[in-house]
Design a protein around this ligand. Structure first.
Ligand code: UDP
Ligand code: MG
Length: 318
């Protein structure tokens, strides 16, 4: 019988772990699904890992690791994929906002031959208007940049073992799980789900962390911002040719351009363009620098349950 691994990245979720572990294991047992739960505590500052340890002591199908510090949800997902041993792997949030009832549907599609089953939000759940708007803007830009509709996509997905191996084989450090599955291709189907309300604790995203996430993902999937620099340069050159000719003509006619206003405006505009361009280029150089250093995506500090292999050095073997 096929084994299903469920990867649950968790950051400061002490109140959710026991409930999620129980809900999931009861549900999967009731459905007769062979499963394992892989909790990844992303450097939590509360008792998340102790809760995971308790759960794994009670149920041998539960295992978990603790990072040495907070490495971010992406790192958590990839560590989970690395530790999962199943023939299919489902990635979901550990706050049960991704309803477990959808898992059997995903498995059914997988058995019918799907290699990736995307969870698609049928509604965005209860979010503030501001959050909805920033998410809308982010996905609008992202969909445009990577030429795939991502507006309803989420990290709730089922992946076939083959896809997991492809993702784990990618050498890059800065990953964007949500878009990488589109990039990977394979037989992809979607399942709709209703985003549930968070039971305990609070969302881990602030406005600034979302902005950082958006910029880092947009630049890791596209070089369009760099082409923007060329575009700005072209526009300035066209303008400078026109203005240059006008100024020269006026000079020769003896009626030179009046006042400092023009000069000040030109300096400000061109200065702005140059700074912005340097910023964009600098951002890409920073990304290259990070990739070149080749540091691991995450560092594991503690493990619990049936964790196999040399996990603390797992990034080296690939
Ligand atoms: N998460 C994580 N590392 C982080 C931030 C979040 O592993 O640095 C996990 C978190 O524990 C949760 C999931 O990612 O399981 C989604 O986070 P959250 O519920 O805060 O986001 P939201 O559902 O509000 O988008
Ligand atoms: Mg959540």
């Amino acid at each position: 019988m096929a084994l299903l691994s469920i990867v649950l990245p968790s950051y400061n979720e002490e109140m959710n772990i026991a409930n999620t572990a129980n809900t999931l294991s009861h549900f999967l047992e009731k459905e007769g699904i062979e499963y394992e739960l892989v909790f990844v505590s992303d450097g939590s500052k509360d008792a998340t890992f102790e809760e995971i340890r308790k759960a794994s002591d009670e149920n041998p199908r539960i295992k978990g690791v603790e990072f040495s510090r907070n490495f971010g949800k992406e790192a958590g997902i990839f560590a989970g994929l690395e530790l999962a041993t199943g023939d299919a792997v489902v990635v979901m949030d550990c706050d049960l906002q991704h309803p477990p009832e959808v898992i059997p549907k995903m498995l059914q599609l997988w058995k019918e031959g799907a290699q990736i089953v995307e969870g698609k939000k049928s509604s965005r759940g209860k979010e503030s208007l501001f959050h909805k708007m920033s998410a809308g803007l982010f996905y609008g830009i992202m969909s445009h940049l990577i030429k795939m509709d991502m507006s309803a996509s989420s990290d709730f997905k089922l992946l076939d073992r083959k896809v997991v191996e492809v993702l784990l084989g990618l050498p890059e450090r800065n990953t964007f799980f949500r878009a990488l599955t589109f990039w990977a291709g394979f037989d992809t189907r979607t399942v709709e789900y209703e985003v549930q309300e968070r039971k305990y604790g609070t969302s881990k995203w602030s406005f600034f962390s979302l902005m950082k996430y958006a910029i880092s993902n947009a630049t890791s999937f596209s070089t369009l911002p760099l082409q923007l620099v060329t575009l700005m340069g072209t526009i300035s050159i066209i303008f400078s040719v026109i203005l240059g000719i006008q100024t020269l003509v006026k000079y020769l006619l003896g009626t030179s351009v009046e006042g400092f206003t023009t000069v000040i405006l030109l300096i400000l505009i061109i200065g702005g363009f140059i700074m912005l361009s340097l910023g964009i280029i600098g951002h890409y150089i920073a990304r290259i620098y990070e990739e070149v250093k080749g540091r691991p995506k995450y560092v594991i500090n503690k493990v619990t349950g049936n964790v196999q292999g040399n996990v603390t050095g797992s990034w080296k073997k690939r």
